[in-house]
Design a protein around this ligand. Structure first.
Ligand code: MN
Ligand code: MN
Length: 461
C-alpha cells in the first residue's frame, strides 16, 4: 500500500505554518553558512526566546531552577541549550543533537600565490566532497582573520549582489581528452582546487605584481596583511541563497543542509516549547562532525559534559554522581541527514528501507558500513517508546538505512553520546545530493521535523 505523503495530509492551516517555518529556515541557512555564523544566529534566536547565557550565571553565581532557559557556546563553534524541566535533572534529559559544520573548501595558512598573471588562494577541502562538483561555481569567502593585536575581523565576501565572487576553474572540454579518461575521484584533484582571486598587476612592481595588487586591496579594504592568513579561518561556500525548488515550490535547494536542516529543526523545536517541560530539554549543536567529531568543538570533546556539570551545580545538585546519572538517564535523538531515495540512482538504495522526501522524520536504528561497522544500534525498547510518542502526537515518520548493504555508509555523533549509557537513536531528515554544493530537501519534512522534535522533547519519558 502506498502511504500518503505529508502534502496530502496537511490542513490549510498546517500548510501556512509550513511556509512560515521554511521562511525562517531559509533565513537561517543564508545567515549561517559556517559553524560560527550558525552559533551567532542561534544565540540571537535563543536570547529572543528568553534564553540566558550560562557563562553569565556561572560568573554571578546565579542559581537555576525549573523553567529556566540557558545556553552556552564553545568559541562560537558549538552550542548547547537547556530548558530546565519539572523532574530532577538526575532522572535524565531529552536531548536533540545535530551538527552545524558542513562540507566546504578551506583556505590554507600560506595561501596567496601568483602564476601566469593570475592570483590564487591555495585551499584544502573539508569533509567528504566530490571535488569535481566544486569547480566553476560562484564561491563566497566566509570566516575570521585574527590579528596579533587581539582583534578579530569578520569576513563575508561574495554574498551581497554588489560583492565580487570567486571560483575554481576547470579545463575546457576541447582539451580535456586525457582528463575525461580519469576516474571521478581524480578528474579534479585536491591541489587543483585553488581559488581564482585576481588578475590586475600593481603598477611599477617587478615581481608578483598581481599578487601584490591583491595584497594592496586586502590592506586598503580590510586592514589585512599577508601574514594574517596564518591566523585565519576562511571557508569557501557557494555564493548562493536558499531557494524554493520546483514548479510547485515543494522542495528547497540550498548549501549546507547537511546538517543544518536537523540543527534548525531541533533548535526551532527547543525554542518553540511553550510550557515548562516535564523532563529537562537540551539541544546540542556541534562542530567537526564531517571530519570525525574531533577537536575541542567536536562531539568527542568535553564541552557537553562540562556544561551539564555546570548546570547541575547551579541547580544545586552537588552529588559527584549527579552528572553520570543525568547523562545515563537521558534520551536522545541524534539527528543527521538521511540519504533521500533518488529514482535516478535507485540502484544505490533498497527501497523498503529507504527514506523518501515528503514522508517525515527518519529514524535509523543503525548506520555504519560493512556489517554495521562504526554504528550506534538503538535499543528495540527505546524505538518502541519513540513510535508511541510519534503516533500519539500524529507525527509522520519513516525508518531507513543509508543505502543498500555494502554500497557505502557513514557515521554520526550518536555513538559518542551512547558511551554515557543513554538511549540514543540516529534520526533526521532526508536530502538528495548530500555533500554537493547545493542539496535538496522537502519543505514538508522541515515542518514535520519541528513537530516531531517538539513531541519528543515534551513527551519522551
Ligand atoms: Mn551530517
Ligand atoms: Mn555529512
Amino acid at each position: 500500500m502506498e502511504k500518503k505523503t505529508l502534502w496530502e495530509l496537511y490542513t490549510p492551516e498546517q500548510m501556512e505554518q509550513m511556509k512560515q517555518v521554511n521562511a525562517t529556515y531559509k533565513f537561517c541557512l543564508d545567515n549561517g553558512k559556517t559553524e560560527r555564523e550558525c552559533v551567532r544566529t542561534s544565540v540571537a534566536m535563543a536570547e529572543k526566546a528568553g534564553y540566558i547565557n550560562l557563562a553569565d550565571c556561572i560568573r554571578s553565581g546565579r542559581k537555576l531552577s525549573t523553567g529556566d532557559k540557558v545556553y552556552a557556546h564553545y568559541n562560537e563553534k558549538s552550542m548547547v541549550l537547556y530548558h530546565i524541566g519539572k523532574a530532577p535533572l538526575e532522572e535524565g534529559m531529552n536531548i536533540l543533537g545535530a551538527h552545524i559544520d558542513s562540507p566546504r573548501i578551506d583556505i590554507k595558512q600560506n595561501p596567496l600565490y601568483e602564476d601566469s598573471g593570475f592570483a590564487y588562494l591555495d585551499t584544502h577541502y573539508y569533509g567528504g566532497i566530490k571535488k569535481y562538483q566544486w569547480v566553476t561555481i560562484p564561491l563566497a569567502i566566509h570566516g575570521v582573520i585574527a590579528k596579533k593585536d587581539g582583534s578579530v575581523i569578520d569576513v563575508v565576501i561574495g554574498e551581497k549582489t554588489e560583492d565580487p565572487v570567486f571560483t575554481v576553474t576547470d579545463l575546457l572540454i576541447h582539451l580535456a581528452g586525457d582528463q575525461m579518461q580519469k576516474t571521478a575521484a581524480t578528474v579534479v584533484e585536491g591541489e587543483k582546487l585553488d581559488l581564482l582571486v585576481g588578475s590586475i598587476p600593481l603598477n611599477d612592481t617587478e615581481k608578483d605584481a598581481v599578487k601584490e595588487n591583491v595584497l594592496k586591496i586586502l590592506m586598503d579594504q580590510y586592514g589585512i596583511e599577508e601574514d594574517d592568513f596564518l591566523s585565519a579561518e576562511l571557508e569557501l561556500v557557494p555564493a548562493e541563497k536558499a531557494r524554493d525548488l520546483g514548479f510547485d515550490r515543494s522542495m528547497l535547494l540550498a548549501y549546507g543542509q547537511d546538517d543544518r536542516i536537523c540543527a534548525f529543526t531541533s533548535l526551532m523545536a527547543m525554542l518553540e516549547l511553550e510550557d515548562v517541560p516535564e523532563r529537562t530539554c537540551c539541544c546540542l549543536l556541534v562542530d567537526k562532525e564531517e571530519i570525525g567529531s574531533v577537536g575541542a568543538s567536536g562531539m568527542q570533546s568535553a564541552f557537553f559534559e562540562n556544561m551539564t556539570a555546570e548546570l547541575l551545580e547551579l541547580c544545586g545538585c552537588t552529588n559527584p554522581l549527579a552528572l553520570r546519572r543525568t547523562l545515563q538517564n537521558s534520551k536522545m535523538l541524534s539527528s543527521d541527514v538521511s540519504a533521500g531515495f533518488d529514482p535516478l540512482y535507485g540502484e544505490a538504495f533498497e527501497k523498503k528501507n529507504a527514506a523518501f522526501l515528503g514522508n517525515g522524520l527518519v529514524f535509523n536504528k543503525f548506520t555504519g558500513s560493512r556489517g554495521k561497522s562504526g554504528s550506534n544500534d538503538a535499543n528495540a525498547e527505546y524505538i518502541a517508546k519513540l513510535r508511541k510518542v510519534m503516533d500519539d502526537n500524529g507525527i509522520r515518520f519513516q525508518t531507513a538505512e543509508l543505502g543498500r548493504v555494502d554500497v557505502g555508509g557513514g557515521g554520526t555523533i550518536a555513538w559518542i553520546m551512547a558511551k554515557f549509557g543513554m538511549e540514543v537513536i540516529d534520526s533526521g531528515l532526508a536530502v538528495l545530493c548530500m555533500h554537493a554544493p547545493m542539496e535538496v530537501s522537502s519543505q514538508a519534512d522541515i515542518y514535520e521535523g519541528v513537530r516531531g522534535y517538539k513531541a519528543f522533547l515534551k513527551d519522551m519519558r
